[in-house]
Design a protein around this ligand. Structure first.
Ligand code: NAD
Length: 321
């Protein structure tokens, strides 16, 4: 059985797959495969291990017919895969959830602190030789302790961030989701509220929803104008959840104080004006970039392949359409 791995992944998963001599691996390296390259590469494969830049669309899925049985995405998100078409063709789709929860939540917290305390600007200032004497007014920012953190999307990552913000900084936690999480509310002491109430009352807002048609541009001009002018917006979910043009105006015109952004609307392109602003911290989609998470994701993705191709069962981390 043939497995296409579209990009080099940590050895843990590859070693696991190599334990099964019936699996023949086609491992690609270098930049993302184009649609035409994917269509060619998927021909005759039984499974694909894909990464986020791979657009596994209808054409690619059809090109995998009739052998393709699994698209094992090396990510929690799966908005790069046409889930409906996969289901209609009887192809399983899996992801690698859970194991990178802590890494992404820690990155969201890092963006909160970096944005609030001007870490990037201060670093540039020191390197430029501008630090000549101490000043009481230099790079002032807000304290996090006891402030209100609003979390939009209270799933795995949102709840873990709430836990560390509550435990570490005694922050008041508001959350908004399309579901209620009674256990999380009790354990963390989080309060459920409407999106508008959260926007109006939070000092920091961190977004952790999945990207779906219903969450595209969940945050646009109307929502940004509802935020406090002293508030910070953090996004480690997916770029398209925020209307980037509106975010640019909000930061430029002072509707909000600052932002920390890891994901972009047209990744890897970044809305041109954003890179000119000092009050936004930008990172290149590295929310899950810890050694621990990447090795664990590699193991999980391989286990999903083994479950389908060797054990003849649905993948452990099956995405239901
Ligand atoms: P999850 O499925 O556990 O949580 C998502 C939550 O969003 C769910 O509780 C869901 O009910 C909620 N939600 C959906 N629609 C909503 C809406 N309209 N309003 C409010 N809430 C809504 O997912 P997770 O593991 O916490 O991951 C969240 C997202 O983080 C992923 O989908 C992925 O896109 C992103 N992510 C980013 C990185 C990175 O490197 N930056 C890494 C991993 C995951």
């Amino acid at each position: 059985m043939k497995v296409l791995i579209t990009r080099e992944i940590p050895r843990a998963g590859v070693d696991l797959l190599r334990k099964h001599p019936s699996l023949e691996l086609d491992i690609r390296k270098g930049p993302p495969l184009s649609e035409a390259e994917l269509i060619k590469a998927v021909d005759g494969k039984d499974a694909i291990v894909s990464v986020l830049p791979d657009q596994i669309n209808e054409k690619v899925l059809n090109a995998g017919k009739p052998t393709l049985r699994l698209v094992a995405n090396y990510a929690v998100g799966f908005d790069n895969i046409d889930i409906k078409t996969a289901a209609s063709l009887g192809i399983y789709v899996s992801n690698t959830p859970g194991n990178l929860t802590e890494s992404v939540a820690e990155h969201a917290l890092a963006l909160m602190i970096s944005s609030a305390r001007n870490i990037v600007q201060a670093d540039k200032y020191v390197r430029a030789g501008s630090y000549k004497y101490w000043s009481p007014m230099l790079f002032l920012g807000p304290v996090l302790t006891k402030k209100t953190l609003g979390i939009i999307g209270f799933g795995r990552i949102g709840q873990y961030l709430a836990k560390i913000a509550k435990g570490g900084f005694d922050m008041r936690i508001l959350y908004h989701d399309i579901q209620r999480f009674d256990k999380g509310e009790q354990e963390i002491g989080a309060m459920y509220t409407s999106l508008d109430d959260l926007l109006e009352n939070s000092d920091f807002i961190s977004i952790h929803v999945n990207l779906m048609p219903s969450t595209k541009h969940l945050i646009g001009e109307r929502e940004l104008k509802k935020m406090k002018p002293t508030a910070y917006l953090i996004n480690t979910s997916r770029g398209q959840v925020i209307d980037e043009a509106a975010l640019y105006t909000a930061l430029k015109d002072g509707w909000i104080e600052g932002a920390g952004i890891d994901v972009y609307e047209n990744e890897p392109k970044i809305y041109s004006g954003l890179t000119e602003l000092d009050n936004v911290t930008l990172t290149p989609h590295i929310g899950s970039a810890t050694r621990e998470a990447r090795v664990e994701m590699s193991r999980m993705v391989a286990e999903n392949v083994v479950e389908v191709l060797i054990n003849g069962r649905p993948p452990k981390n099956l995405i239901k359409p």
